[in-house]
Ligand binder design. Structure first.
Ligand code: NAP
Ligand code: MG
Length: 480
């Protein structure tokens, strides 16, 4: 169901710098070999502001022919250009310059990200910081990529060298483009690879801005290329391409499977970061006042469009009603509206497609017998806003508890004891994140170990650190 409402955002206060950038990019182009070019087909698509549904810019739609050009540029830069051949110290110098430029343009980048995908300006800035921590971490690694010397018989000398892979395709989603883009670019170029970045069509603009700064920083032509376009066009051409040596993909499980299939032509390497339906497990002995705000952030950060979102909240039965009551009070305190307003704590969903998808799940939750403790409706007043929703009375077998919704929708499920928490928490086809809340140190370690997820937090949620791996496993079957 949707509620007809007045538009939440009628006008936005855009800074003069970002306004000027948008004016200059009404026909945004592709970046290939440090040059800006239109798509060969001449096709473009609209970049929409999800808070207002206004068109921000027209973006070039790359397809196979443009992918060929970009791969040629990246291939040449790798096979005969200076980047993989220069000293790692020189590479690190260019990376440092890029890092400085990124920091100098932080405000504009964050604002543009908010305009393009609807994340609140607070979240934009926080995620930018996370992206920069990773960027600096990888830039710092550029000079310390070391091989090993192995023990060998006299007259023999055995050693390994760490070699760059070659041309990398980075394909990213729309929910936090800058951080995703930096996670692809930084490790690839630090090791001497070249990269073609394919942003999601729903939010391409900040990746183009990154491309401009990369040229200014002094990356040689072809080291960083940006191709805007659609998945089935540019994305699949890139993942099939025989001259691409690796695809690093972040996105949905379905597309992840397509990428793997497409990689068989040249057996390119593939790294996949996919979806989640992560359990946030709260025991009755938890520090409730600390756990509640984290449970809120776990399903409302990025308006719930976070891969690691804690979208299944398991609360020990004796604590459940009290916990849900407190959480609902905090949800009621969220300020929905203009994501550019620093006071806003919940922005719109990123696209019409996502709005329709989340609206469908709100209806499916109620049809399945779940009770909307708070929220439960989409807001049909313009802009892709939905109410943040806590579904109580959820059974882990319901659709809303099994499928990744990617919206501010929480399923609350009670559990009885440790075994029950582990059984239900693991009863999912996903294995990306999980969290356990308890004051019992022994239980914290035991449950963290038994929850099958790539990342497990204890008494916190969604903390990221560049020194920690990020990723999951276990797609396809609910192992318990
Ligand atoms: P998506 O539909 O899988 O799209 C991701 C990217 O792949 C986009 O750039 C998309 O292009 C492209 N793509 C689509 N079809 C393709 C194909 N056949 N071949 C090659 N590329 C193709 O995912 P999304 O809807 O953008 O993002 C949401 C998903 O990402 C969620 O499942 C979320 O959990 C996951 N995610 C995971 C992480 C993580 O680190 N684990 C982080 C963030 C998000 P288009 O522009 O055409 O869509
Ligand atoms: Mg998509």
């Amino acid at each position: 169901m949707t509620i007809a409402s007045d538009p939440l955002v009628t006008s936005q206060r855009i800074s003069t710098a970002v306004e000027a950038w948008l004016d200059a990019h009404q026909q945004a182009q592709l970046m290939i070999g440090n040059r800006w070019v239109p798509a060969q087909s001449g096709k473009t698509f609209e970049s929409i502001n999800p808070a207002t549904e206004n068109v921000l810019a027209h973006v070039a739609e790359a397809d196979r022919a443009d992918v060929d050009d970009a791969v040629k540029a990246a291939r040449e830069a790798f096979d005969s250009g200076p980047w993989p051949r220069m000293s790692s110290h020189d590479r690190a110098r260019v990376m440092r310059r890029f890092g400085e430029l990124l920091e100098e343009h932080a405000d504009q980048l964050a604002e543009l990200e908010t305009l393009d995908n609807g994340m609140t300006i607070g979240a934009s800035k926080a995620f930018f910081k996370v992206g920069m921590e990773s960027y600096h971490f990888f830039a710092g690694q550029a000079t310390v990529v070391m091989g090993h010397t192995m023990p060998s018989a006299e007259g023999m000398f055995n050693y390994t060298r760490r070699e760059p892979i070659g041309v990398v395709g980075g394909i990213i989603p729309w929910n936090a483009p800058i951080v995703s883009a930096l996670w692809k670019i930084a490790p690839a170029v630090a090791c001497g690879n070249t990269i073609i970045l394919k942003p999601a069509e729903q939010a391409s603009l900040t990746c183009l801005y990154l491309g401009e700064l990369a040229i200014e920083a002094g990356f040689p032509a072809g080291v960083i290329n940006v191709l805007t376009g659609f998945g089935p066009g540019a994305g699949s051409a890139l993942s099939e391409h025989l001259d691409v040596d690796k695809i690093s993909f972040t996105g949905s499980t379905e597309v992840g499977k397509l990428i793997l299939q497409a990689s068989t032509g040249n057996l390119k390497r593939v790294t996949l970061e996919l979806g989640g339906k992560s359990p946030n497990v709260v025991f009755a002995d938890a520090a409730v006042e600390e756990a509640v705000p984290y449970a809120l952030a776990a399903f409302t950060t990025l308006t719930g469009q976070a891969c690691g979102a804690g979208s299944r909240l398991f609360v020990q039965r004796e604590l459940k009603d009290e916990f849900v009551e407190k959480l609902a009070q905090q949800v009621a305190g969220l300020k929905i509206g203009d994501p550019l307003d620093p006071a806003t704590t919940l922005g719109p969903l990123a696209s019409r497609e996502q709005f329709d998808r989340v609206s469908g799940y709100l209806a499916a939750g109620k049809e399945g017998g779940a009770i909307a403790k708070i929220g439960g409706e989409a807001l049909a007043g313009g802009g892709y806003f939905v109410q943040p929703t806590i579904f109580d009375g959820v059974d882990n077998s319901m659709r809303i508890a099994r499928e990744e919704i990617f919206g501010p929708v929480l399923s609350v499920i009670p559990f009885s004891d440790e075994d029950d928490a582990v059984f239900q928490g693991n009863d999912t086809t996903y294995g990306l994140g999980a969290s356990v809340w308890t004051r019992d140190v022994s239980r914290a370690h035991t449950i963290a170990h038994r929850l099958k997820a790539g990342m497990v937090w204890v008494n916190t949620y969604l903390e990221l650190d560049p020194t920690m791996p990020l990723g999951g496993f276990k797609i396809g079957r609910a192992h318990v």
